[in-house]
Design a binder for this molecule. Structure first.
Ligand code: FEO
Length: 394
């Protein structure tokens, strides 16, 4: 990755990860990602804002060397997760004079993850002001976007805020800024769904704070920067709002097509009513696309076959993901088919709901069938479609 100038004496020096396909061994990365890092040269002091993921160390250090700095005064750590902090020990080896500026929680986590000694840290809070000469660093402690340690760093003279994970996107691109806003919107929404959606109260609060600041550039540490901050601030306001859209998602797993027939019967009835409905065949679906659909959906219907007298593990996995992501859906139901355990089959809806204590959704009438669905089951699915329609009109 090349070194790119953001403004006078401010450079983007991070690493692009074009070929990374999975994050946290969980999140698919269809467009790769980047680990953005910024070097800020004041008239008296120099600061590095975040670093990079250790596997991209060579690329990152090569960029740092290109700027030929004599000394590095500060390394700002906005977040301790190793995709941003992993290169800190290597930077400290090259620049042992540097001190790490971070908040108390991030310091604790950096010490846990990277075993950095106490004397390397200067602890900052919302009142700290660090002068670099003609530039100033200020800090906004902003926990839970993504870990409890997260913070933003503000450079008021240049009207830039460095938000680390917040408002980022997993997209590898040679473009410094979000020039192709359509593509970045999709990537940023996916990123929001996967990383930020569980923290909607904090997302709303910090988005509002940024909206009220005099900022020209939002510089996250994944994906392109925003030189039109209102683009991403308004997108975040929509995604994080409590208002769900009239949309239904049906993540499902079917073993012998009985559950599949039920899913597509319900799908047809909802479609006929003009409701946007999206099915996700769980064993073949992209987890990120399911997460994106959860950003707006008001109703989640989980479809499952039965395995060993319990919901199919793929449906349990989906329930676990839903529980973790805490979508805003107001209604939940479950449908599916079982082979022989009729005394347990009708209980699968409650079982699945039990896996999702974080989902504050009202349970609508579940529909389960012994074996292939017949007319009685299809009638119940018609009633469920009516119930969904009536609920989302409210
Ligand atoms: Fe990009 Fe939470 O780290």
């Amino acid at each position: 990755m090349a070194v790119l100038k953001v403004k006078d004496d401010i450079f983007s020096i991070g690493a692009i990860d074009w070929h990374r396909h999975l994050f946290d061994q969980l999140i698919p990365l269809p467009h790769g990602t980047s680990y953005n890092s910024f070097l800020v040269k004041g008239s008296e002091k120099t600061a590095l804002i975040d670093t990079a993921y250790a596997p991209k160390l060579n690329e990152f250090l090569s960029n740092l060397k290109k700027l030929q700095i004599d000394r590095l005064d500060y390394i700002v750590a906005n977040h301790a997760e190793p995709d941003h902090s992993g290169a800190i020990p290597a930077v400290l080896e090259i620049h042992p004079e540097a001190k790490i500026l971070t908040n108390a929680k991030c310091k604790e986590l950096l010490q846990a993850h990277l075993k950095i000694s106490e004397d390397k840290f200067i602890t900052v809070d919302n009142s700290t002001v660090i002068s670099l000469g003609n530039k100033t660093l200020k800090f906004m402690i902003s926990p839970w976007v993504h870990w409890p340690d997260t913070m933003f760093t503000h450079l008021p003279e240049d009207k830039i805020i460095f938000t680390c994970d917040f408002m980022g996107s997993h997209i590898a691109t040679s473009e410094l800024y979000a020039v192709n806003e359509g593509a970045v919107y999709e990537a940023a929404k996916r990123y929001y769904a996967e990383i930020m959606m569980p923290f909607r109260p904090q997302v709303k609060k910090y988005s509002e704070q940024l909206k009220n600041m005099d900022i020209e550039i939002i510089a996250p540490s994944h994906g392109p920067l925003y030189n039109r901050p209102e683009f991403i601030i308004s997108a975040y306001a929509d995604w994080a709002s409590d208002k769900a859209k009239q949309e239904v998602i049906i993540p499902y797993v079917t073993m012998y097509e009985s559950t599949g027939k039920m899913v597509y019967h319900l799908f047809d009835r909802l479609m006929e009513k003009g409701i946007k409905v999206t099915p996700f065949n769980l064993p073949e679906s992209d987890l990120g696309e399911l997460a994106v659909a959860m950003v707006d959906a008001n109703v989640i219907v989980l479809g499952t076959s039965m395995v060993l007298a319990a919901p199919h593990p793929a449906a349990v996995y989906a329930a676990s993901i839903i529980n973790s992501l805490k979508p805003k859906a107001k209604y939940f139901s479950a449908i599916g088919s079982y082979g022989w355990a009729e005394q347990l089959g009708d209980k699968m809806g409650e079982q699945l709901k039990g896996y999702m204590p974080s989902l504050r959704a009202q349970m609508l009438t579940p529909v389960f069938s012994k074996g292939l669905p017949g007319r009685e089951t299809f009638n119940k699915l018609d009633e469920l479609a009516d119930e969904i329609y009536n609920k989302i009109q409210e």
